[in-house]
Design a protein around this ligand. Sequence first.
Ligand SMILES: *Cc1c(COP(=O)(O)O)cnc(C)c1O
Length: 361
Amino acid sequence: MSRVYNFSAGPSMLPESVLKKAAEQMLDYEGCGQSVMEMSHRSKVFAKIIEDAEKLLREIMNIPDNYKVLFLQGGGSSQFAMVAMNLMNKNKKADYIITGQWAKKAWKEAARYGDARAVASSEDKTFSYIPKTTRADFRDDADYVYICMNNTIYGTVYHELPDTGDIPLVADISSCIMSEPIDVTKFGLLFAGAQKNMAPAGLTIVIVREDLIGNAMDITPTMFNYKTHADNGSMFNTPPCYTIYIAKLVLEWIKNEVGGLENMKKINDQKANLLYGFLDSSKLFKGTVVPEDRSLMNVPFVTGNDELDAKFVKEATEAGFVNIKGHRTVGGMRASIYNAMPVEGVEKLVEFMKDFEAKNS
Ligand SMILES: *Cc1c(COP(=O)(O)O)cnc(C)c1O
């Protein structure tokens, strides 16, 4: 068996030890004679799985008691409407910072339900930087300020959060959840689709301050109301059981094998520094993002020549570095180096890039 290094933006790699454990437990989960895929979500065995997953997430992310953790479906994209329907409820106003396509989609969706305003954007330079904002940019009566923390397509990240005063800050952390420690108390709400850094597709995690729950707009469908899920321990209906189980295994991996988010960040820094260090010294390849806003997770780069980019992608794929083609709006390449990408994968990629550079310049 030979496994490739998968640089996909999502769904993406899972830790090998997690896949092995899931394979081991496939036919008979802990002696109960069935797989987690088959069991009732109301069974004692599954109740323990979802409880453990929540406990581990709270411990690893240091989530305070006055925040609810919800295990939902519908992906990050459903949250674009759900956030607005649940939180744009006092003055029907929300301020959005447009740092890429995901933030833009969230803003457009929110604009269907209230006065959603784009307060800043980096679209003028293909979203290659994070626009600077101050408290004065946000409306005093905004119900929340919305950011996309890590911009998966463009490879930018907020290294420093915008100052929103006492306006609740909402962040899409789909592509950076658990990549480094995060101060949850700085946010009113965090959400993430699981398929980038946590689990297979199908699970969406919402971490929401309790006082923001319970005031959804009247038109909010029952399934889109955070209260529905908060009141029912994410068991109002059938949750994505198997994906929650894999998330639990990934959380155990972070806790026991990696040693928590401080260590996770060290490893992620090491991988990102390797790649950015090479890009900064290369005569052929260059990164597309301003250095101060570079993502630890998604690294877009180009040669400046479309044919050479295509040749690189083709040869990289043949050498076992797959899904490294860039997003169509940026072109070139993008290496997504999420938590589960081993350091060795980035080392080998950089070797391959050096070799390609030597042969093609
Ligand atoms: C992938 C992604 C999304 C979309 O997630 P889905 O689960 O496909 O709806 C939203 N935001 C960010 C930052 C993403 O990376």
